[in-house]
Design a protein around this ligand. Structure first.
Ligand code: TYD
Ligand code: MG
Length: 455
């Protein structure tokens, strides 16, 4: 490792100190000091300053700049293309996070194989976690074309960059960014400073050489990508790999995308031959019941650019605790507390002596407000132990004064429901198409009271 003098910088206020401590001496923030190589900083500064003096920067009008449409490489996996916004962009950096064992490595090796097959040029899979033998074994199991797949088992950033410069791959996967370290820092791989510096250098390489780079990132216990938040700012696209450990379905979600829509979902199923695309995901998030059951309702959500039918289940049960439990899986817990308060205040239904559990079937996570009305209906159904009609769908936002507010793309959601054989819909009035929809009995609602009357 480098011998030069080591300095530490505070992530919060930017103060530099010579000695590491738990607390920044300047702004008093805790755990914010990160190692920076002193000579690297001064060298970079002086080099940068010289280049400023030599060539003055030019200010240009946006109109005078030709924006050629970003050329994309299709991965051959339409669900992955969808979350990326239509394919891999040359020179883009994509960070992909997810729980261990969820299938990040599997997805990326499949994507590389598929890319080479589609004529994307050379690709390279850099692994700091698995040996070439392990990767080869997996690729064989997945029936990939091994001849055109290149791997490199390496952790040291400088060597990785040298290998990239020698081979010029079009697409590179770094699995994972937490295992890579640079010589210029003394801290261990995975330390905040290391992750940030390595990612910064890889981003620079991607932009300079127009190479598409995928970084695999580990997630913390809380589910965020481990390492500094700044990692998500540095890259162009951030994808999260989600899914129930018990279910074979996996969802890749774009949470940031400079080249496409966010909250776009790609759905895959894990099989013994790797990840398989699920092109009609609505069907898998509905659990099939022989007869309608109490506490279950189907909602049409819209994640990214496509509507999705999802089942929400609620269980309301008398509590044994002084603090009744409010548990959500796949939904925000605070939202549930708010909906229960609205239900009490504007619907006269109290649940202060009840435990309330709400679950979204199939391991999907819903982040939009269109799930409000379905959650309330599922809770009411469970509380009264009366099933809702099984061909009923619903969506809608519930306001604090008990009003039912419209959500985006109402008609499109309703059409998706018809496609899957639903015949009845309870939706916000403003979301009802004027001419109606054939085969669908639409019940418009504007107030919580109307919903209570209906069910
Ligand atoms: P992996 O891609 O190694 O996960 P990550 O890189 O996110 O940690 O996925 C490994 C899991 O996937 C492992 O539990 C086994 C399972 N799997 C299959 O079910 N089928 C397969 O064909 C492969 C390759 C893996
Ligand atoms: Mg892995």
């Amino acid at each position: 490792m480098a011998k030069g003098k080591v300095q530490y910088q505070c992530n919060e206020c930017g103060a530099t100190v010579a000695k590491w401590g738990g607390q920044c001496p300047d702004c008093r923030a805790w755990n914010t000091l990160v190692e920076i190589p002193a000579e690297l900083v001064s060298a970079a500064k002086s080099a940068r300053f010289k280049s400023y003096q030599q060539q003055p920067s030019t200010v240009r009008s946006l109109d005078a700049i030709q924006a050629d449409v970003q050329a994309r490489i299709g991965t051959g996996m339409s669900e992955l293309d969808r979350v990326l916004g239509g394919g891999v962009v040359h020179g883009s950096v994509t960070l992909i996070g997810g729980d261990p064992g969820i299938g990040k490595s599997t997805l990326l090796i499949q994507a590389l194989a598929s890319l080479t097959e589609n004529g994307a040029g050379t690709t390279l899979y850099v692994s700091g976690e698995e040996s070439p033998e392990q990767i080869s074994q997996r690729a064989r199991r997945l029936d990939l074309n091994l001849k055109d797949l290149y791997v490199l088992a390496e952790n040291q950033l400088e060597r990785i960059i040298n290998a990239l410069a020698a081979q010029h791959p079009q697409v590179v996967v770094i699995d994972s960014i937490q295992t890579v370290f640079t010589e210029t820092l003394q801290s261990a791989p995975g330390a905040v400073g290391q992750v940030r510096e390595c990612a910064a250098q890889l981003v620079r390489y991607a932009k300079q050489t127009n190479t598409a780079v995928f970084l695999v990132g580990h997630v913390t216990k809380e589910g965020a990508i481990a390492g500094p938040r700044v990692l998500e700012h540095m890259v162009d696209t951030v994808l999260y790999f989600e899914g129930d450990s018990g279910s074979r379905y996996r969802v890749v979600r774009a949470v940031k995308n400079r080249y496409g829509a966010v909250n776009e979902l790609g759905v895959f199923a894990m099989t013994d031959k790797g990840l398989r695309e699920v092109n009609n995901p609505s069907a898998i998030f509905l659990s099939r019941h022989e007869q309608p059951v109490a506490g279950s309702v189907v909602l049409v959500t819209r994640e990214g650019t496509r509507p999705l039918l999802v089942e929400v289940q609620a269980l309301v049960d008398p509590t044994q605790l002084s603090n009744p439990r409010r548990v959500t899986v796949g939904l925000e817990q605070n939202r549930l507390a708010m909906l229960l308060a609205v239900l009490h205040r504007h619907g006269g239904v109290s649940s202060y002596d009840q435990d309330v559990f709400v679950n979204v079937v199939g391991g999907v996570r819903i982040s939009e407000t269109g799930a409000d009305l379905p959650v309330i209906m599922a809770i009411l159904s469970s509380l009264r132990n009366r099933p809702l009609p099984d061909k009923l769908v619903t969506f809608g936002e519930v306001g604090l004064s008990g009003e039912i507010r419209p959500v985006q793309n109402g008609p499109e959601r309703l059409h998706e429901a018809v496609k899957h054989g639903f015949t009845q819909a309870i939706v916000p009035k403003a979301n009802c198409p004027k001419s109606g929809i054939e085969g669908l009995d639409i019940i418009p609602v504007t107030q919580l009271g109307q919903v209570l009357d209906r069910i």
